[in-house]
Design a protein around this ligand. Structure first.
Ligand code: FAD
Length: 514
């Protein structure tokens, strides 16, 4: 072979133009890298899913007639980093051309752009051919010194790709049906949640390999993995979602429950790993969902399909734009100067706060929590408790099956921690127990009283909520969406204010024991 083409673990796009024709002069390299298992402590199922999907992809390419080199952790142990591995193979295989797809993570892009190859070897970068918006087009949508709003971007996407549009106007007359998507689950609803489609992929070999190389991981080890690890399974999951979950996707998008057989993912698609590893494309997902909407208009209302489309063509592409236009500075932002330590219970889930115990517990068990659990349970707690955003980022980047920095960081540092000071969101998503009680049944069986603001049994979120608002009053009181909340505080009596502050101080001093 004279050409070496690198395929990273999140570049498993079988439709890439690379694979349109077979060429014996091209060698594809897919490698389990020690640097990728170690840049953050990952959930063991996340590493398992990526490694299994990479192996499957290598086998599929080989059986389609391509030349493929699949390396395991055993084979790459002698290389400290990706650049060293490439350099080694370029030399030992007398490679003349090295090609790679543009990484979606800043750290890897730096490595590959800075990679120096032996004299005479050419380096070439390709697009991943995955996103709806090309990388080169991002400056058209994301102006560097302006705060960005998803809604503006989303409307442009709807128009550009002609999705749910009629005569240049949004179908139904409204762009966004988010306001219809805030239902709480009643017990009758919980009984109707569809049974999940779970796979049983054997990852015992991978687990043994991870142990042999002493890869430090978090979360529950599973010999059989429920996540899709190839394109076929990803498409099955997409069908399952469209048929069984899409009809109520929007309606219960923000709801949470600890009851029922599928309480950990409800009507969510669980397609994020399949998408982020690029086994399936956003275009494919949207087209299939729109097909269903057209075919079954009685089952799937406009609010459901619009809500789903918005996540994929709106949020997903939007956070990627923010990431690439703002890195590397974005990763340093800490608007509130938050510097508390992440409490230990994030690593084991044992806390008296039932909402946190459930959200963290299921994250450790499945490497998954749905959006509102990430944003309004664990994320909100970190925001109120003033946890160092670096530590918050590291936790989210490690624990979730779909966590890759381009999508994890804007969501965590930006949307959930407001550490970017409003680049992405117009106000911090700060909430007291009132919100948790409104959207879930977690509070019913909790040790703490969700209504109480003071005293030992009061939900920590209530006093921490006020403490957060007060300690950042200078930064938030001018925000039109937050300012009026301070009036509620000023109206409370001095005694009550002192008791709330005292409870908050106790909670902050004893975060590990909550
Ligand atoms: P569904 O609810 O079924 O949504 C469908 C798809 O829409 C998702 O698969 C995803 O591709 C896309 N989507 C939905 N919301 C977002 C969003 N806010 N940003 C980007 N894409 C979105 N998503 C990740 O893919 N990786 C992450 O590391 C990640 N970290 C997050 C951290 C925090 C603090 C928060 C608040 C959100 C994070 N998200 C992340 C976004 C979102 O929570 C997940 O995409 C979603 O929960 C994945 O589950 P699902 O496939 O069942 O999603």
């Amino acid at each position: 072979a004279h050409t070496l083409r690198l395929i990273l673990g999140d570049q498993l796009n079988a439709s890439h133009s690379w694979f349109e024709r077979k060429d014996d002069g091209v060698l594809y390299l897919i490698a389990e890298l020690h640097q990728e298992t170690g840049y953050v402590k990952h959930h063991v199922q996340k590493v398992g899913a990526f490694f299994a999907a990479m192996k499957g992809f290598a086998e599929a390419l080989a059986s389609a007639g391509h030349r493929v080199l699949h390396l395991t952790l055993d084979d790459t142990a002698e290389f400290a980093s990706l650049p060293q591995l490439i350099d080694g193979y370029v030399r030992s295989h007398q490679i003349q051309v090295f090609e790679y797809q543009r990484p979606d993570e800043y750290r890897l892009l730096q490595q590959l752009e800075q990679l120096e190859l032996p004299q005479g070897v050419t380096k070439r970068q390709w697009d991943t051919e995955h996103f709806l918006v090309d990388y080169d087009e991002l400056p058209l949508y994301f102006v560097i010194d302006k705060n960005q709003r998803m809604e503006t971007f989303y409307r442009k996407m709807r128009q550009r790709f002609d999705i749910l549009m009629a005569g240049g106007k949004p179908i139904g007359g409204q762009w966004n049906y988010d306001a219809d998507n805030r239902a709480k689950l009643k017990s009758a609803d919980i009984a109707e949640i569809p049974a999940p489609l779970l796979f049983a992929n054997d990852v015992r070999d991978i687990n043994v390999r991870l142990e042999r190389h002493q890869v430090a991981t978090i979360g529950e080890r599973a010999g059989s993995l429920l996540w899709p690890v190839n394109r076929q399974q990803s498409l099955q999951l997409l069908e399952h979602f469209c048929r069984h979950c899409l009809p109520r996707f929007g309606l219960f998008q923000d709801a949470m429950t600890e009851h029922g057989k599928q309480q950990w993912s409800l009507y969510h698609s669980r397609l994020s790993f399949a998408l982020n590893s690029k086994m399936i494309s956003p275009k494919q997902v949207i087209e299939r969902a729109l097909d269903y909407f057209q075919q079954y208009p009685e089952q799937i209302s406009l609010a459901q399909i619009e809500g789903f489309v918005r996540q994929i063509i709106g949020w997903r592409e939007f956070v990627r734009g923010i990431y690439w236009r703002r890195m590397p500075q974005y990763g340093q932002l800490n608007y509130f100067d938050a510097n508390n330590e992440l409490p230990d219970f994030f690593w084991h889930g044992r806390t008296n706060m039932n909402c946190m115990a459930k959200a963290i517990g299921q994250s450790l068990k499945y490497a998954y929590a749905h959006h509102i659990q990430r944003l309004m349970i664990t994320g909100n707690f970190c925001l109120l408790a003033g946890i160092d955003p670096d530590q918050v980022d590291a936790w989210y980047l490690g624990i979730y099956i779909d966590a890759i920095e381009w999508v994890e960081m804007p969501n965590t540092r930006g949307m959930s921690q407001f550490a970017d000071g409003g680049v992405l969101a117009s106000k911090p998503y700060a909430a007291s127990a009132n919100y948790v009680h409104k959207m879930s049944d977690y509070c019913t069986s909790c040790h703490y009283d969700h209504k109480a603001k003071t005293g030992d049994r009061s939900c920590p979120l209530n006093s921490l909520y006020w403490h957060f608002l007060l300690r950042h009053r200078d930064r938030l009181s001018n925000n039109p969406r937050v300012g009026m909340i301070y009036r509620n505080w000023d109206r409370q009596g001095a005694e009550q204010q002192a008791a709330i502050s005292e409870r908050a101080a106790y909670c902050l001093a004893n975060l590990n024991d909550l």
